[in-house]
Design a protein around this ligand. Structure first.
Ligand code: OAD
Length: 228
């Protein structure tokens, strides 16, 4: 089976109703990264940080996977598909994709502030100050904040290096190390970037840029790959 690796960003979930970060109505227009998405923010005002992620979780409970998530699941009928997502939502899971790697963590999980191996699935529930792990320490969102290491990045790079086809969907490619994954795809692999902004990526061979929304561009590309 040929291997398809898909790197997704906030744009793949935009048509489900989840705001992206850096578009004109993006999340980082309303909130500042320094106040809600860094370890210093957590130390300074954990209640505000918990509230931010509680709101994201409440919203996630109300939205559904869109045509792009569903088309990526369909690809598994013919290909060995791995999704590497920067998104913390669970829409790829709910669309049924089987191999998903979350580079930046997961909204539906929290972990101990002291032992990072104590991870709990909380679904769409709120977390507050005083909610603790089994050893009595405060729980924090299972999110990779700015300035924190991205533990899955090396594994992700190994997966990308084996791709026959590499797709990038709905990401500004501004946040490293995730944005650098495209450079690990084998030069001979077919590469597609689907994003209405269609940014220029230099030094990447065999890259086709498709300037469309994910809900249109992904099903079209999946149709093409299924009939290949
Ligand atoms: P960004 O908000 O930086 O970029 C979103 C991208 O989605 C842009 O390139 C848009 O053009 C594109 N887009 C918008 N609507 C779309 C649609 N309907 N279909 C396809 N594409 C669309 O989001 P990311 O690149 O995912 O990290 O951001 C990367 C990381 O920065 C996130 O994981 C998050 C953020 O801060 C953390 O919070 C740690």
């Amino acid at each position: 089976m040929k291997k398809i690796v898909v790197l997704t960003g906030a744009g793949v979930s935009a048509e489900s109703g989840i705001r992206t970060f850096r578009d004109s109505d993006g999340m980082w227009e309303e909130y500042s990264i320094e106040e809600v998405a860094t370890y210093d923010a957590w130390l300074k005002n954990p209640a505000l940080v918990l509230d931010f992620y509680n709101k994201r979780r409440q919203q996630l409970a109300k939205v559904k996977p869109n045509a792009a998530h569903l088309a990526l699941k369909q690809l598994e009928e013919k290909y060995d598909v791995t999704i590497i997502t920067q998104n913390v939502d669970d829409l790829h899971e709910r669309a049924g994709s089987s191999k998903i790697l979350h580079l930046h963590g997961e909204l539906t999980k929290v972990r101990s502030t002291v032992d990072q191996n104590l991870i709990y699935d909380i679904g769409y529930k709120d977390v507050g100050l005083g909610d603790t792990c089994e050893s009595g320490h405060q729980l924090r969102p299972h999110i990779v904040w700015f300035g924190e290491a991205v533990p899955m990045i090396e594994h992700a790079a190994e997966i990308v290096a084996e791709a026959d086809v590499f797709m990038v969907v709905g990401t500004s490619l501004l946040v490293y190390p995730a944005a650098g994954l495209i450079y690990y795809a084998p030069p001979a692999s077919a590469k597609y970037l689907i994003d209405p902004a269609g940014m220029h990526v230099s030094r990447v061979a065999n890259l086709e840029v498709i300037r469309k929304k994910a809900g249109e561009g992904v099903p079209e590309l999946v149709d093409m790959l299924m009939n290949n």
